[in-house]
Design a protein around this ligand. Structure first.
Ligand SMILES: Cc1cc2nc3c(=O)[nH]c(=O)nc-3n(C[C@H](O)[C@H](O)[C@H](O)COP(=O)(O)OP(=O)(O)OC[C@H]3O[C@@H](n4cnc5c(N)ncnc54)[C@H](O)[C@@H]3O)c2cc1C
Ligand code: FES
Length: 387
């Protein structure tokens, strides 16, 4: 089949009351005489660097089709906001019928970039995307889990320990997350805070979100011995081992500490002695809910350093940073060209740190992150509200 050489994109709302201003800000025009509706029910997508090909059904995102067929592409939020799934369209046309591609700038779109978690093909495509081999063979499973412990770690952070059914194991890479499955096809993502070694049990750190349905329920109503349904492991946030000579910077905001804790405990369990400098930021020291743990790592292991950063109170210990956490990183490492950076936490922190770290010479392909976006249904619900 000859692949078309035209490259264009189209944005569409599918009966959802998208905010007009947002649509206008994100609008981009199709080349030529505009968009053609296609009657085909499947499109072929080819990844140019590897030659990997997969089929996308009508109404399916490119990312979901790839994952369904065992082609592992980077992703995190799956709702068009974090930018982890950014790819490039070499030839062909896509549209965005569900969420607008919020993580793309107008200039990205003009350059042919796309968000694979939202884009659906309108014809066969050739794309550029990074395939990730390491998570390819790990099965994603749905499992019931029992809450065996619920403990308040800070005013707004709850630790849940979840036990898998007897004889069952959850294979995952440190840093990955699970979805908690809720009625009405809703799901809520939480990073696994424990290391993979503890296979019949996983730990989550749940921040109470103001007005949040699920996290409010966790704080007020969830009881020990209750059963939750989970799907996982998910995501592509895990420590890369392809360039082990590069020292690691980890940066967490609030409960963004959770996947970093898993990564650190896993590195220690494997005797990995790569230098790791962990920065953990919050508004107050009390919000650094397990602050003694990284302090102990740093005291015990020469290759580990820990810097807490608090933005809303004076630092008294002499070892912390007063200010936002990415400034703490840059104050210590103005040149990031030789480092790998892993960061997780609030979207605002990720959005600010990404360009700031690039300006300080961090190679784009050595930055790995999970942005703690709200659930898939939330942007649609908010945008659909009458304004
Ligand atoms: C990969 C990943 C990993 C994550 N890991 C963690 C983790 O380890 N720990 C953690 O604490 N969090 C984590 N998160 C974030 C977590 O998933 C969210 O905080 C969670 O989904 C919130 O769910 P909720 O049901 O409580 O809130 P929702 O009910 O989904 O509400 C979210 C927000 O939207 C607002 N909202 C909802 N509906 C409307 C509406 N109709 N109109 C206006 N506003 C509305 C709410 O007021 C609230 O502020 C992660 C997210 C991702 C994507
Ligand atoms: S924007 Fe696509 S996975 Fe987050």
């Amino acid at each position: 089949m000859t692949l078309p050489t035209r490259q264009s994109q189209r944005l569409a709302g599918s009966g959802v009351g998208f905010d007009r201003q947002m649509l206008d800000n994100r609008r981009f025009t199709a080349s030529g005489s505009g968009h053609r509706e296609s009657s085909l029910s499947e499109f072929r997508v080819k990844i140019s660097s590897s030659g990997t090909e997969f089929l996308v059904k009508a109404g399916e995102s490119i990312l979901n089709a790839a994952l369904r067929q065992g082609v592992m592409l980077p992703y995190s939020c799956k709702n068009g906001t974090c930018g982890s799934c950014k790819g490039h369209i070499e030839t062909g046309e896509v549209h965005y019928p569900f969420n607008p591609p919020m993580a793309l700038e107008r200039s990205d779109i003009a350059a042919g970039d796309t968000l694979l978690c939202q884009a659906e093909p309108l014809e066969d495509l050739v794309i550029t995307a990074r395939e990730i081999e390491a998570v390819k063979d790990i099965p994603v499973r749905m499992l019931p889990v029992r809450v065996i412990d619920k403990a308040l770690l800070a005013e707004n952070v709850m630790r849940l320990r979840l036990r898998l059914p007897s004889g069952q194991r959850l294979q995952f890479l440190a840093g990955q997350y699970i979805d908690i499955l809720l009625p009405g096809n809703k799901r809520r993502a939480f990073s696994i805070a424990s290391a993979p070694g503890l296979e019949d049990e996983i730990e989550l750190h749940v921040r109470h979100v103001e007005g949040g349905g699920f996290t409010g329920w966790v704080f007020d109503d969830l009881k020990e011995r209750d059963i939750l349904r989970i799907e996982g492991p998910l995501g592509t946030f895990f420590v890369r081992n392809d360039q082990p000579q590069r020292p690691i910077i980890m940066m967490g905001g609030g409960t963004g500490f959770a996947p970093l804790k898993s990564m650190m405990e896993d590195l220690l369990a494997h005797g990995d002695t790569r230098p790791v400098h962990l920065f953990w930021g919050a508004r107050t020291t009390a919000e650094l809910y397990l602050g003694d743990l990284p302090r102990q790592w740093a005291a015990k292991y020469e290759h580990i350093q820990f810097t807490p950063a608090v933005s809303d109170e004076a630092v008294t210990s002499g070892t912390g940073f007063a200010g936002v956490v990415h400034d703490a990183v840059l104050a210590e490492y103005p040149d990031l060209s030789q480092h790998d950076v892993y960061m997780s936490g609030p979207p605002a922190m990720i959005d600010t740190a990404k360009p700031a770290f690039m300006e300080h010479s961090l190679p784009q392909n050595r930055l790995f992150y999970d942005s703690f976006e709200f659930g898939l249904d939330v942007p649609v619900r908010i945008l659909a509200k009458p304004h």
